[in-house]
Design a protein around this ligand. Structure first.
Ligand code: NAD
Length: 283
């Protein structure tokens, strides 16, 4: 496994699993499979309503807590709550998380960021960051100025069709890790069926998904592909016995269309604050 060294001295595994859209039982099964196969990075969120399932999988796996890099995200409706971090820890059944994100750039992000900074000072989280702030130009820079504790990571949509080249230049100035969501295009067949992946898959005896994920890792992106399929989970982690050449990296980079899958309007993003489910009500 390769690791990205974060700007506070902690390091994050480059490859893990994500459980967006999974029911609690599906999240539990996927995380148990992943941990059994050696995956140590797990990405969930309040909003996925499956933190309890993830916590059950961690317990059942028997893998020592300190070997796992656990990530969750606070939802805007709880940014201003004093108990937001403790509530997430309780649902996950742990006494710290390795990385805590603000999930969305709603107008209360400053209060939220002070909250995660406080959690970091209290030892409840080992690293902090924000997700989706790239949607608004200049917001990442504004956050870096505002921060008393500089973010260690950002989580943004990133894949060969939208590689985040500009954002990554800003992040590298501050040693901030890029975590790519939708690393495989959220199952978009068009992306994984790009001929360049088939050619390289044949050359290296890998699958197209593995070539795409290897491109991410060599580009410096931490990836958290999602799958309910145990074979895919295993495959997505098996990326470290080959390397793409510079020319091959460039061919994949040429797929850049500057096209996102998610194009939320400012109004949609603002409305996230009003979605306030009872996060404890999940199974
Ligand atoms: P993804 O790009 O990881 O694609 C998942 C799709 O690819 C699924 O349809 C899966 O069946 C398929 N797949 C996975 N492995 C495969 C393989 N080896 N071969 C063929 N197909 C394969 O998209 P995702 O799962 O939606 O996103 C990944 C993670 O990113 C999420 O689980 C979540 O943790 C995170 N995420 C974060 C945000 C955010 O706002 N911060 C938004 C979306 C997703």
């Amino acid at each position: 496994m390769d690791y990205f060294p974060m700007n506070n001295g902690t390091r994050i595994p480059m490859v893990g699993v994500g459980v967006y859209t999974f029911t609690p039982a599906e999240a539990q099964a996927a995380v148990e499979t992943a941990l059994r196969d050696g995956v140590r990075l797990i990405d969930t969120a309040n909003a996925y309503l499956n933190e309890k399932g993830v916590g059950r999988a961690i317990k059942a796996s028997g893998v020592p807590r300190e070997e796992i890099f656990l990530v969750t995200k606070l939802w805007p409706s709880v940014y201003e709550s004093e108990t937001a971090t403790d509530d997430a820890l309780r649902r996950l059944g742990v006494d710290y998380v390795d990385l805590l994100f603000l999930h969305q750039p709603t107008d209360n992000w400053r209060e939220g960021y002070r909250n995660v900074e406080k959690a970091a000072r209290e030892g409840k989280v080992r690293a902090i960051g924000v997700s989706n702030f790239d949607i608004f130009p200049g917001m990442t820079e504004e956050l870096v100025d505002f921060a008393e504790i500089k973010p260690q990571a950002v989580q943004v949509e990133a894949h060969p069709y939208y590689p985040q080249t500009e954002l990554k230049k800003t992040l590298s100035k501050y040693g901030i890790a890029t975590m790519a969501w939708y690393p495989l295009g959220h199952g978009d067949k068009k992306l994984l069926e790009e001929p360049v992946f088939a050619v390289l898959a044949e050359k290296y005896g890998k699958t197209s998904a593995q070539i795409a994920l290897r491109w991410h890792v060599q580009s410096g992106n931490v990836v958290i592909p999602g799958s309910r399929n145990p074979d895919h989970i295993r495959q997505n982690f098996d990326l470290f016995d080959f390397a793409l050449t510079e020319g091959e990296m460039a061919k994949i980079a040429a797929l850049d269309k500057n096209e996102r899958y998610y194009n939320g309007t400012p109004e949609q993003i603002a409305s996230f604050k009003a979605w306030a489910p009872d996060f404890d009500a999940q199974e």
